[in-house]
Design a protein around this ligand. Structure first.
Ligand SMILES: O=C(O)c1ccccc1N[C@@H]1O[C@H](COP(=O)(O)O)[C@@H](O)[C@H]1O
Length: 201
């Protein structure tokens, strides 16, 4: 079970996620989030992440030129696109040397045509609640089918619910932000450890 801990802003919480065994750590560059960091702060945090752990920059409906420039300055390996970005955007990000993740809500994923689904399922996907980063539980009952390729489940996951949700939906991995915070935007090392343990239980 691949585990991503998202919305990190301090050296201590990055270390907590890495020590807990997270496969990926995320830094939010989307404006308007309580977790938004600058490329400069992210760059300072990224250098403390061991090579085997994926470093993910999270963006939402920002121009691709800005995404790629910020990701380069931060030194992240992966861009996670959380808005209405196209397949062409994904391909361009990959051509620029980044790994990619593309988020969909259940409604948006259901709305993809069968032909488009084939193309999107070849990408690494993330299924999330409509409002990302708000701790709102992903509405699995809404979903008509799950992706056939690699995908992560996100949206309101916590140490208490991740094992049951992962075992019923069978994603390749899970992604969390709010569920490992003591208050909005403030990560908690004990909750990070508990989440990674529960996700792999
Ligand atoms: O975390 C944010 O503030 C955020 C802002 C904009 C786009 C994505 C964001 N985070 C992503 O949301 C889910 C986690 O949500 P939750 O808080 O655990 O419910 C995850 O994919 C984050 O990368």
């Amino acid at each position: 079970m691949y585990v991503k801990i998202c919305g990190l802003q301090t050296a201590e919480t990055v270390a907590a996620a890495v020590d807990a065994g997270a496969d990926a750590v995320g830094f939010v560059f989307a404006p308007g989030s309580p977790r938004t960091v600058t490329a400069e702060l992210a760059a300072e945090l990224v250098v403390q992440v061991p090579a085997g752990v994926e470093t993910v920059g999270v963006f939402r409906n920002q121009p691709l030129s800005e995404v790629l420039d910020t990701a380069r300055r931060a030194g992240v390996s992966t861009v996670q696109l959380h808005g209405d970005e196209s397949l062409a955007d994904m391909h361009q990000a990959k051509a620029a040397g980044f790994r990619t993740l593309r988020a969909f809500s259940a409604e948006a994923y259901n709305a993809i045509t069968a032909a488009e689904k084939q193309a999107w399922d070849a990408e690494r996907l993330l299924l999330d609640a409509v409002e990302p980063g708000a701790g709102v539980t992903f509405d699995a009952a809404m979903l008509h089918s799950v992706p056939s390729g690699f995908w992560l489940l996100a949206g309101g996951l916590t140490p208490g619910n991740v094992a049951a949700l992962a075992s019923s939906l069978k994603p390749n991995g899970v992604d969390v932000s709010s569920g490992v915070e003591s208050s909005r935007g403030i990560k908690d090392a004990a909750l990070i450890r508990a989440f990674v343990r529960a996700a792999r239980s």
